[in-house]
Design a protein around this ligand. Structure first.
Ligand SMILES: Cc1ncc(COP(=O)(O)O)c(C=O)c1O
Length: 306
């Protein structure tokens, strides 16, 4: 039996015990990776859980389902309410929330259209995704030998399980080589993203981040960071980033719901800037953590209190 991460899993409108939250071997998703999902964080906002950008995550879940022609039986409000209920039911103060929608057991074969769709919501306690010291000291990454999927193959805008076959190849290669994470280029050799993070590159006080045409997931943290850069008056643009621009950057950092704002101190064993968290990364990281943990004003209404 799987390691118990929470007491109850929300499945299709009701809570079931952790041990009962299993999937049959004939389910379409097991054979063909036909699932779309989300990764959301609830932070301890002064003793009460606050879910960060819940509606935006659920909207992306519904968008991912639409791309894969999945008929969703719940709307954004209903799925959001179910996420709130899942945090409450499991009595978390802070946790990671994983709604996942998949093609379940039904006819065998590639055609998924007749397989029923199941929506599960799991919750668990997830600490620092890239290691305990990552946020402060930064991490070492490599450029992956695996490219991200080309446009018009498996769509990068959908947060689909199928995309994480590529993600796992990038991650495993990085770990085998002694790094925490790999950065992938797109099919044209231009920077795309990490296996679970978007990337920001700082030089001369200006920031560049790859655009959606570079096979990236349009990250919600990425969007938050761009908004915070506006507040902090740090210029940021979406543009192509070449491999060598990474090496000669003053600072590079990775962002994502799991990774938050993680400085990258070296790439391919080339020291980036001072080889530690740089000053711009530190300012952005602080304003991000203040926002998600409810320490600064929630001016965009991003936090849903549980
Ligand atoms: C491939 C990939 N890119 C980027 C991100 C960052 O997205 P977000 O900030 O919405 O968590 C993630 C994390 O979900 C991811 O898996």
């Amino acid at each position: 039996m799987a390691n118990k991460l929470c007491n109850k899993v929300w499945r299709n409108g009701e809570f079931i015990d952790w041990d009962k939250a299993t999937v049959h071997i004939s389910a379409h998703v097991i054979h063909y990776a036909s699932a779309v999902f989300e990764g959301i964080r609830a932070y301890d906002c002064g003793g009460q859980p606050g879910i960060f950008r819940l509606k935006d995550h659920i909207r992306r879940l519904v968008d991912s389902a639409k791309i894969y022609r999945m008929e969703v039986r719940w709307n954004v409000e209903e799925i959001s309410a179910a996420c709130v209920a899942a945090v409450k039911e499991n009595a978390f103060k802070a946790c990671y929330i994983r709604p996942i929608m998949y093609r379940d057991a039904g006819p065998m074969g590639v055609n998924p259209l007749k397989n029923p769709i199941t929506l599960d919501i799991m919750t668990w306690d997830w600490g620092k995704y890239l290691g305990d010291e990552a946020l402060e000291k930064g991490v070492d990454m490599q450029i992956s030998s695996w490219s991200r999927n080309a446009p018009n193959t498996t769509p990068a805008q959908a947060k689909a399980a199928a995309n994480y076959a590529s993600g796992a190849l990038i991650k495993m290669e990085a770990i085998a080589n002694g790094y925490v994470e790999g950065l992938a280029l797109d099919v044209n050799g231009i920077l795309s993203e990490g296996s679970g993070e978007n990337i920001f590159v700082v030089r001369d006080g200006r920031i560049v981040t790859p655009a959606t045409g570079n096979s990236i997931l349009r990250g919600i943290t990425r969007d938050t960071i761009m908004k915070l850069c506006g507040e902090l008056k740090i210029p940021v643009v979406e543009a192509s980033v070449t491999r060598e621009e990474l090496y000669i950057a003053d600072e590079v950092f990775a962002v994502g719901t799991a990774a938050e704002v993680t400085p990258i101190r070296s790439i391919d064993k080339i020291k980036i800037g001072i080889g530690a968290r740089g000053p711009i990364t530190e300012r952005i990281q602080k304003s991000y953590l203040d926002l998600v943990q409810g320490r600064s004003e929630d001016k965009w209404g991003f936090i849903t209190k549980v």
